[in-house]
Design a protein around this ligand. Structure first.
Ligand code: FES
Ligand code: FES
Length: 151
C-alpha cells in the first residue's frame, strides 16, 4: 500500500509502485493537467511538485512518492493563482502544452525565492521547453506573479 498526499488530499493505493507518477496522476486519478511530452525527462511538460520541489513526473515512480506530498496544476486552483493569471494576461500561453509545467516550476522558484533575479528565473524554467512563446512573456509573467505574491 502506498500512501501519499495529492493536492492536499490523502490517497492510498495498491497500484504497482513501478508505475510512473505521471501515469498514476493521469490515468488513475484523472489529473490530466499534467502533460506528457518526451517521456524521458527532457521537456518538462510533466512537471509536478514533490514535497515542494519541481520534478519530472515521467521520471518518478509511484513507489518513490510513499509518504510524500505531490502538487499538480489542479492543486493551484482553477486559474486564480497569480502565476496562472499573469501567464494568461501577459500572453505567455499559446498552445498551452508547456504551461502547467512552467507554472509549477515557477511556483517552486517563488516559494523558495520570492524575489528572484532574471538569471534565477531563467534557470528555474530552463528544463521546461516551450515551442511557442520565446520565453520573454513567460519571464515577464513570473516577475508579475512574484510582485503580486509579495503584496
Ligand atoms: S514528459 Fe516528462 S520531461 Fe518530458
Ligand atoms: S505555449 Fe506552446 S509549447 Fe509553450
Amino acid at each position: 500500500m502506498i500512501r501519499l498526499e495529492i493536492n492536499g488530499r490523502t490517497v492510498e493505493t495498491d497500484v504497482d509502485p513501478c508505475v510512473r507518477l505521471l501515469d498514476f496522476l493521469r490515468e488513475d486519478l484523472g489529473l490530466i493537467g499534467t502533460k506528457e511530452g518526451c517521456g524521458k525527462g527532457e521537456c518538462g511538460a510533466c512537471t509536478v511538485l514533490l514535497d515542494g520541489d519541481a520534478v519530472d513526473a515521467c521520471l518518478v515512480l509511484l513507489g518513490q512518492c510513499d509518504g510524500a506530498a505531490v502538487t499538480t496544476i489542479e492543486g493551484l486552483g482553477d486559474g486564480a493563482h497569480p502565476l496562472q493569471k499573469s501567464m494568461a494576461s501577459l500572453g505567455a500561453v499559446q498552445c498551452g502544452f508547456c504551461t502547467p509545467g512552467l507554472v509549477l516550476a515557477a511556483h517552486a522558484l517563488l516559494t523558495r525565492c520570492p524575489e528572484p533575479s532574471t538569471e534565477e528565473v531563467r534557470r528555474a524554467v530552463e528544463g521546461n521547453l516551450c515551442r511557442c512563446t520565446g520565453y520573454v512573456k513567460v519571464e515577464a509573467a513570473i516577475f508579475e506573479a512574484a510582485r503580486e505574491m509579495s503584496e
